[in-house]
Design a protein around this ligand. Structure first.
Ligand code: NAP
Length: 491
């Protein structure tokens, strides 16, 4: 299907979704959205003020009571209808993501499939929110536990997966019966704006989902988090911003879900199938131009196979085509903005001056966009900055290890604990190593593990809470326990 870009952009609401209408900001302010492949402005949106944020919370709170009492089946069917509409509009969503974020169109289509699955998954989970029934050990009380919607939520999403990060929060909140105010990333709000309109088209009652895009994130989040009516913050983004939000959340003792940064080790043991390892490395490193929290950040390879692994991996990286993600054949798009390009470039330059060897890449690409060449670095010193920070770009630093204990020590030597990858053909080694790895997610002989049916989330400074799976909906509920005097208690 060929999409007419100007017609598509004209369909995307440019206002703030507050209650039943898209409106201008209270002070008339706007901000521009840019295409990172060309540097051109592609849209201008209303920029929410603090007053707009509170108006959005007012609209949400006005319907919380009725929404919580809407039968689960009805909420499930709205989600299912949303899933079908996103599927019908898949090519439009994919095009929007490529335009505003830069990922190649084929990957953007993949994100539509992945992101939309949260709507289908939680449409199925909405009717399966079970409680428990039992008796106290002393026999004096009957116990019933139920799960209730946690209440009005603030959802804050990042720019790297503009659809999936929104559906991963909005779908379970709808399923659980919560109302919400959603703040998309300033760099990529268009997909979210169109998604919110799609949910209205699917029959979501006005007020349940409100969207406040804007150029000042804290002007939106601070007044909301100071408001006693807000009950939860679900945030996906960087660890430093997550830490700030956690401190702020303490003031009102808000429930929080924090999906933060990562620094994934990708461990290749000497018994690994190297074909699988290289295939996995391409997925774990190059998906989303390396701009993923799950991106392999440190390639830890046994010294006996390192040379062969690097040779094959570099050959695959050299086959990649860098360019505008809208163009046929392009497999690596631009980074999201100039700051991101400068940061990736500085990390590579720093590693090289510390002694790393550039096997391939190691330089910016040409053109107006924020391009960086797929890069492989060998002999990276163990204390190099590039191994400590999220690279968030198409750069693979390789470090060799001597034995299993060395690999585990290296892998765990990070304050992050989100994704990790292990390549080995030895099942006992896989279990032994996974027991010792301090990460919320572990890919075994695969480089791509995200799935709506799986609980996604980290440990250590990668955050708390889980999205997706059976766990995802629980984040939007609180347990209520009823202790009922047992009729036989006094007999
Ligand atoms: P970011 O700078 O932390 O921004 C994330 C979101 O928070 C954006 O909507 C941003 O708004 C907002 N924000 C920024 N400063 C804020 C503040 N002081 N108060 C309230 N909100 C604020 O992260 P990013 O650069 O968009 O995303 C990349 C990061 O997200 C990486 O660290 C990546 O690992 C992480 N991530 C984690 C997961 C996961 O599931 N664990 C998934 C995807 C991404 P503006 O856009 O307006 O700045």
């Amino acid at each position: 299907m060929t999409i007419n870009v100007s017609e598509l952009l004209a369909k995307v609401p440019t206002g703030l979704l507050i209650g039943d209408s898209w409106r201008d900001a209270s002070d008339g302010a706007t901000f521009d959205v840019e295409n990172p492949a060309t540097g051109e402005t592609i849209a201008t949106l209303a920029s929410a003020t603090s007053e707009d944020a509170i108006a959005a919370l007012d609209a949400a709170c006005a319907v919380q009571h009725d929404w919580a009492r809407t039968p689960a089946r009805q909420r499930a069917e709205i989600l299912r209808r949303g899933f079908e509409l996103v599927q019908e509009r898949a090519e439009e969503f994919a095009t929007l993501m490529t335009l505003e974020m830069g990922k190649p169109l084929a990957e953007a289509r993949g994100e539509v499939t992945y992101g939309n699955e949260f709507l289908r998954w939680f449409s199925e989970e909405a009717v399966r929110l079970y409680g428990r029934y039992g008796a106290t050990p002393e026999g004096n009380l009957r116990m019933i536990t139920t799960r209730k919607p946690v209440g009005p939520c603030l959802l804050i999403t990042p720019w790297n997966f503009p659809l999936a990060m929104a559906t991963r929060k909005v779908a379970p909140a709808i399923a659980a019966g919560c109302v919400m105010v959603l703040k998309p990333a300033r760099l990529t709000p268009l997909t979210t704006q169109y998604f919110a309109q799609t949910m209205l088209d699917a029959g979501l009652p006005a007020g349940v989902l409100n969207v406040v895009s804007g150029k000042s994130a804290s002007a939106i989040s601070n007044p909301l988090m100071d408001d006693n009516r807000l009950r939860k913050v679900s945030f996906t983004g960087s660890t430093p911003v997550g830490q700030q939000l956690l401190k702020k959340a303490a003031d009102k003792v808000l429930r929080t879900s924090m999906e933060l940064g990562g620094n994934a080790p990708f461990i290749v043991f000497d018994d690994a199938d190297l074909d699988l390892a290289v295939e996995g490395a391409m997925g774990a490193k190059m998906r989303n131009i390396g701009e993923a929290c799950t991106a392999a950040n440190r390639f830890l390879v046994h010294e006996s196979v390192a040379e062969e692994f690097s040779r094959r991996f570099a050959a695959r990286l050299e086959e990649q085509v860098v360019g505008n993600g809208m163009d046929d054949g392009v497999t690596v798009g631009p980074l999201v903005e100039q700051k991101a390009l400068d940061s990736v470039s500085a990390l590579v330059d720093g590693a090289v001056s510390d002694g790393a060897e550039v096997v391939t890449g190691g330089a910016r690409g040409s053109g107006n966009g924020y391009f960086y060449l797929p890069t492989l670095l060998n002999n990276v010193p163990r204390d190099a900055q590039i191994l400590k920070e999220e690279i968030f770009g198409p750069v693979a630093p390789v470090v060799t290890f001597k034995d299993e204990a060395d690999a585990i020590r290296l892998a765990n030597s990070s304050e992050y604990g989100l994704a990790s990858y292990v390549f080995s053909q030895d099942m006992s080694r896989i279990f032994r190593v996974s027991d010792q790895l301090e990460f919320g997610l572990l890919g075994v002989n695969t480089g791509v593990i995200s799935n709506a049916a799986a609980p996604f989330g980290g440990v250590k400074q990668s955050g708390m809470g889980r999205e997706g799976g059976l766990e995802g909906i629980e984040e939007y509920t609180s347990v209520q326990y009823l202790g009922i005097r047992d009729p036989y208690a006094d007999q």
